[in-house]
Design a protein around this ligand. Structure first.
Ligand code: C2E
Ligand code: MG
Ligand code: MG
Ligand code: MG
Length: 278
């Protein structure tokens, strides 16, 4: 349909715009083939629990390997995958791959480690999302309790009632649910408080600002609501010490460990960090 619609409007576009369209088209074709060409891979980033002094969870972060052109960040291709519906097969590939990597992950971080998986809107809105998810992990021999599903506020707000009902169902089945990028949306706290979650992840922008009043308010709120909290994007020791000082339970970020292939992840424990935390 691009052709038929495009032609009559061709004269409206300048060269640069047309070039973008062509690139975008090629991009979609390439993305369409990424699974069969085995170009997708997962990096993992540990989430460190400060009071228990251990890695309690590992987040799976998708990468698209274009060979000599390098690794493409999900921020660049997830939106296209969402737009084209490709996110559904890609998302299923992620879930299956996480299951297959689980033995190596639990070997490094212990049998109780959970894997956090980012779920996007189009996946969540698929009619049989929950059934497909359950079927895949059962096929691969895992259980819901080994998963933490990360959703964003924007996703939930698209259809608050229906999505909250699905989240409730998932939690009843044993999945943990996290609200990712917490604080970056526009919802009122009253509405956020209604979403059935186990945890929220304070967005990196708040960690960069490091306003103690804001961070402590979030931590107090989490405690009152009996929610776990993760600080995202912790990059330096000063941020870490301040967060630990304010009682932030869990930390994720380059300071602890960058996302990397499962084989490269460091083994249990981060000695020089532990000596600081205690
Ligand atoms: P996110 O879930 O909020 O993930 C955190 C992002 O911050 C990741 O970017 C991670 O690499 C990066 N990060 C971690 N620590 C630090 C730090 O200390 N400093 C800085 N500057 N960044 C840090 P990434 O891997 O590029 O992923 C971007 C987003 O793409 C994710 O944000 C998530 O929303 C989405 N995404 C990633 N994997 C998947 C996936 O398998 N499925 C779906 N649907 N979305 C995914
Ligand atoms: Mg996430
Ligand atoms: Mg996030
Ligand atoms: Mg993010």
């Amino acid at each position: 349909y691009a052709k038929s619609r495009g032609r009559s409007r061709y004269h409206l576009y300048n060269e640069a715009f047309r070039y973008d369209q062509v690139v975008k088209f090629d991009y979609e074709i390439a993305l369409n083939q990424c699974i069969e060409r085995e170009e997708l891979l997962l990096h993992y980033q540990p989430i460190f629990n400060a009071s228990r002094s251990k890695v309690v969870e590992v987040e799976a972060l998708l990468r698209w390997n274009l060979g000599h052109a390098g690794l493409v960040s999900p921020a660049d291709f997830i939106p296209v995958a969402e737009e084209t519906g490709l996110i559904v097969p890609i998302g299923e590939w992620v879930i299956r791959q996480v299951c297959r990597d689980f033995p190596k992950i639990s070997e490094k971080f212990g049998p109780d480690v959970r894997i956090a998986v980012n779920i996007s809107r189009a996946q969540f809105e698929e009619e049989h999302f929950v059934e497909r998810l359950n079927a895949i992990i059962a096929e691969e021999g895992l259980t819901p309790a080994q998963f933490d599903l990360e959703v964003t506020e924007t996703l939930v707000m698209r259809n608050l009632e229906e999505i909250c009902a699905t989240l409730k169902r998932l939690r009843e089945q044993g999945y943990m649910i996290s609200l990712d990028d917490f604080g970056t949306g526009y919802s009122s706290l009253g509405i956020l408080a209604q979403i059935p979650i186990d945890k929220f992840k304070i967005d990196r922008s708040f960690i960069v600002q490091m306003n103690p009043a804001v961070i402590s308010a979030l931590l107090v709120m989490a405690r009152a609501m009996d929610l776990d909290v993760v600080a995202e994007g912790v990059e330096d020791r000063d941020q870490l010490l301040r967060l630990v000082d304010m009682g932030c339970p869990s930390i994720q970020g380059y300071l602890i460990c960058r996302p990397m292939g499962i084989e490269d992840l460091p083994d249990v424990g981060f000695p020089d960090l532990q000596s600081h935390v205690v």
